[in-house]
Write a protein that binds this ligand. Sequence first.
Ligand code: SF4
Length: 429
Amino acid sequence: MKKFSLIFLGCPKNQVDCEKIVYSLLKEGYFITTNLKEAEIVILTTCAFIKQGVKECENWLKKLIALKKKGVIKKIILYGCLVEREREGLIEKYPEVDCFVGLGGLNKIPLLIKKKENYYLPKNKQVLIKNLPRIITEPFSYVKIADGCNNCCSYCLIPKIRGKYQSREIKEIKEEVKELVDLGIKEIILIAQDTTLYGIDIYQKPSLAKLLKELIKIKNLKWLRILYTHPAHYDDELIRIIKDEEKIVKYLDIPIQHASNRILKLMNRPYTQKDLIKLLEKLRKIPNLVLRTTVMVGFPYEEEKDFLELLSFIKDFKFEYLGCFIYSREENTFAYNLEKQIKENIKKERYQKIMETQQKITFNFLNSLKGKIFLTLMENKNLGRAYFQAPEIDGYVIFNKKDIKIGEFANCKILERKGYDLVGKIIEK
Ligand code: SF4
């Protein structure tokens, strides 16, 4: 009985790939174990868009190589973005690894193991493989509608790692969503590097609105959530359908990255602060809309006045949730060669100021929910999420009731805030 373990590192797009890898191995008669010491084969799925991600992968690799040297595990398979980023260089660096699999090899792993192949690194980055079944582990499910990216933000390696923008066809996505809903999944989360650019390659224009119109026809689909949108790729039709369609969760993830026009230009983000304000004011007309954003501090040439412009923008605009990245200087990006790099201590100070400011805004938002009642999706024995909470990033509603049916909805009254979480009481199922 061949047992394998899979270590998942990275983003929800990688999570979907992992669910497909696990399915392909279970189908070939392998057994999954979470105990590394029981596993004959270990698959490490990797993230490599910033150095920190690479470091985390390398730490895991060292652990696995040590286990292999002790004879505890037999095979190490390395999959994903790190393999794409470093390619042949990685093979020389880690001879103990049995197989290096690029993103295009998602469905080839069982075969590569059988054939004792050392690597699978196709030149053409076909990162989207059609109709690959997957295992489902949560009462919600990420659905990748596209992969790769054409936006070429000056600090980002993803276009080099995951290739050009590739959309899946509406028909294929709708079939997958219908299957998931038939399996009892209540919340579908649409993901891509840029979901608002969906269809640009196969329908010659952004077609997220067209896709949404098809998906909301699916009976029993309860929540349709959209993550990773781009401020430059919204249009009025998309905003109208998000506003009018009940199944579309009134929650949007819209990374702005910065608010200083000078820095936005250097980042190659094709919008100005004025454009942002115009878009965000339009979105704020959607009743009860909750917005999450991501910003970056310490970008080359970011002067104190640019930073203060960003700080006052998030104070004024009050995103309910905000994540902040410290700029990471990545080789092979345009920004890497920008002369005026910012000192690490200044980057950290700016990061701290942004997070302190945002914490007050988010806590005020969460405090304002006290006494209100929300439909809540039960995620495990005493945790659930309301519409304003995306999984794994926005906190949970905590219950003191044990007999909760996972994957079901219940109406829940918010009693109080507890850090970034809320304490709730179920009032009816
Ligand atoms: S939109 Fe920009 S930051 Fe996001 S994946 Fe594409 S290039 Fe990278």
